[in-house]
Design a protein around this ligand. Structure first.
Ligand SMILES: N[C@@H](CCC(=O)N[C@@H](CS)C(=O)NCC(=O)O)C(=O)O
Length: 232
């Protein structure tokens, strides 16, 4: 039978508590989705800091768990059939944890798909587009003279925020009750401040989005998850 020590990643990031879910992450919007979910669900876990440099995320040990070489990833020593299971891609991890606990994924089949569609909207839309916005607005891409990539991602971010703003009209959370879709979306909205991009995407004119992020950041589990694992 497979054991936790059969996962090569545990040689580089050893488990002090092998009975707990092992989280390999960094406190970015994609990383904190999972620490927030683990906190919200009250699941015992051990967080390992995996910095974003190639020496870490592209190492043989890390890519043995996620061949795509990106955080977050987990190993649950108590997988669905009782033996350890490894999972990468934050959306897949959120679904796994929600199914494991039966929480934050809707209480009826219809509600489940409502949550999943908004989760996929984050995974396929907000995450990739805001990530590119960050690159072209704040990081290395901001030095590129051609304005078209910047304009493209600014306008796409504005459009996506408009979708969220309208969906939040008369709603506290994106898909009915608080769910893994909120754990995926809200950290990305919050990251616009880090990118210095709030004004350019029209954040001050989005009252529903602003109240939503404030509401999210007030949750005790979110306060812990947002800084787990610690950067330093
Ligand atoms: N679709 C992936 C995206 C993960 C991702 O982009 N992770 C970034 C940090 S937010 C990363 O590991 N970057 C390091 C690299 O690309 O080398 C997910 O949601 O898990």
């Amino acid at each position: 039978m497979t054991t936790l020590s059969d996962f090569p990643i545990t040689a580089r990031w050893p488990a002090a508590h092998p009975d707990r879910i092992q989280l390999y992450a960094f406190p970015t919007p994609n990383g904190v989705k999972v620490s927030i979910a683990l906190e919200e669900m009250g699941l015992p876990y051990e967080a390992h800091k995996v910095p974003l440099g190639d020496a870490f995320v592209k190492s043989a040990e890390f890519t043995s768990l996620n061949p795509n070489g990106k955080i977050p990833a987990i190993v649950d020593p108590d997988g669905p059939d009782g033996s350890p299971v490894g999972i990468f891609e934050s959306g897949a991890i959120l679904i796994y944890l929600a199914d494991k606990t039966g929480r934050f994924i809707g209480s009826t089949p219809a509600a489940r798909y409502e949550v999943l569609q908004w989760l996929m909207f984050q995974m396929g839309g907000i995450g990739p587009m805001f990530g590119q916005l960050g690159f072209f607005w704040k990081f290395a891409g901001s030095e590129i003279e051609d304005p078209r990539p910047r304009e493209r991602y600014v306008s796409e971010a504005r459009r996506l925020l408009g979708v969220v703003e309208r969906q939040l009209e008369g709603r506290e959370w994106i898909a009915g009750d608080y769910s893994i879709a909120d754990m995926a979306i809200a950290p990305w909205l919050n990251a616009l401040g880090f990118y210095g991009a709030t004004d350019v995407v029209g954040w001050p004119e989005l009252p529903n989005c602003r109240a939503y992020v404030d509401r999210f950041l007030e949750r005790p589990a979110v306060k812990i998850g947002m800084v787990t694992p610690p950067r330093d």
